[in-house]
Write a protein that binds this ligand. Structure first.
Ligand code: PLP
Length: 412
């Protein structure tokens, strides 16, 4: 073989997808999947958003429907509205035409394209800058960034004692990073911790980043899914743009439209305001298109059409907001239910973090042994770091999960 084991060792299975496989193979009727970050309804079933069903009807009934290629940078009615969604429709960045949007293979593709662009073109004295990631962060960030040759480092994010933001440590690390470093930020519903900075903390983070001329790279995978309010969840990004940063935003429609497998997302470049902003934007756009062409030629069409249909129709858009409330509301209810059951049982420890945290995930504080016991003895599946996907809980299993957590916490 041309690929001997010392050159191509067998890679370990992706931890999350391995967990999914183990869950599927488990035949217990009690099994509970708290692993994968995909929304489930109260019957533990995937939920096709009603607004997505309507958009799908519109698309299928279009007599002009075809399967032609999209342009390299994607479907314009999607990308333009996606930019408005994250930036706000009256954003000065839009009116001043200093934004460039490329449709990508969802959030993963957007992080990748952004990283690839930075690896090629973001140089200080001829060399790339390190990307600082929150510790912990989405498991895939590290490999996406290192695969394009960028160096990664981390900044403290989660405080194990308070189970909240390691605010001082985060700020110190950002302050100590060499000038013009790349700082990756989750603008809302941080994965995996569910802990977000407050507005005031975001302002301080922005101030330090401005002082140090750092480059913000926002990875936004949960807009509308955190608070249920699309604008509120975009407020950190909008604040940085108000402050005049040049930045990148990765935007995913996997969770907020439930389009997981359709791979709908965008990468947005925003130039800093100023006389050369449009000219910079044109150059950046042209290079993003070159990178896109060599990687995927052009992006997939179906998810983009669904999103475009929803984003361009005021009635469907209003209905989407309701669907978002349904999802975020159910998750908030499950946070309350799990916390109150654990408190009722007198489970050792404090559980307020479950309701303080926001979005798809809760970082429970359960240790690796407790997680293993939950899986072995109770058929409850979660990632080793004690992260649970709140969407895996429902009115039928939340009692069972709380009792199981109570038991393992007492035993281990
Ligand atoms: N970024 C973060 C922080 C995520 O949590 C996820 C999904 O879990 C993604 C990006 C990418 O998701 P997708 O590629 O499905 O849009």
């Amino acid at each position: 073989t041309c690929f001997p084991a010392e050159v191509v060792p067998k890679a370990p299975e992706d931890a999350l997808f391995g967990l999914m496989r183990a869950y599927r193979a488990d035949e217990s009727p009690d099994k509970v999947d708290l692993g994968i970050g995909a929304y489930r309804d109260d019957n533990a079933k995937p939920w096709v958003l009603p607004v997505v069903k309507k958009a799908d009807d519109v698309i299928r009934n279009d007599p002009e429907l075809n399967h032609e290629y999209l342009p390299i940078v994607g479907l314009e009615p999607f990308t333009s509205k996606a930019a408005e969604l994250i930036l706000g429709s009256n954003s000065p960045a839009l009116t001043e035409k200093r934004t460039s949007t490329v449709q990508t293979i969802s959030g993963t593709g957007a992080v990748h394209l952004g990283a690839l662009f930075l690896s090629r073109f973001y140089k200080v004295n001829g060399a790339n800058r390190t990307v600082y990631l929150p510790n912990p962060t989405w498991a895939n960030h590290n490999q996406i960034l290192t695969n394009v040759g960028l160096q990664v480092a981390s900044y403290p994010y989660f405080d194990k004692d308070t189970r909240g933001l390691a605010y001082d440590g985060m700020l110190d690390a950002i302050r100590s990073a060499p000038e013009r470093s790349i700082i990756l930020l989750h603008p809302c519903a941080h994965n995996p911790t569910g802990v977000d900075p407050t507005e005031e903390q975001w302002r301080a983070i922005a101030e330090v980043m401005k002082e140090k001329k750092h480059f913000p790279f926002f990875d936004c995978a949960y807009q509308g899914f955190a608070s249920g309010d699309l604008d509120r969840d975009a407020s950190a990004v909008r604040y940085f743009i108000e402050q005049g940063f040049e930045l990148l935003i990765s935007q995913s429609f996997s969770k907020n439209l439930g389009l997981y497998g359709e791979r709908a997302g965008c990468l947005h470049y925003i130039a800093a305001p100023g006389p050369s902003a449009q000219e910079v934007t044109t150059r950046v756009s042209s290079q993003l298109a070159v990178l896109q062409r060599s990687e995927i030629s052009n992006p997939p069409i179906y998810g983009a059409k669904v999103a475009a249909t929803v984003l361009n129709d005021p009635a469907l858009f209003a209905e989407w907001r309701e669907n978002l409330q349904t999802m975020s509301g159910r998750i908030i209810d499950m946070r309350k239910a799990l916390r109150s059951k654990l408190e009722e049982l007198g489970t050792p420890g404090t559980w307020n973090h479950i309701t303080d945290q926001i979005g798809m995930f809760s970082f429970t504080g359960l240790n690796e042994q407790q997680v293993a016991n939950l899986q072995k003895e109770y058929h409850i599946y979660m990632t080793k770091n004690g992260r649970i996907s709140m969407a895996g809980l429902n009115t039928r299993n939340v009692d069972y999960v709380a009792k199981a957590v109570d038991q393992v916490v007492r035993e281990t």
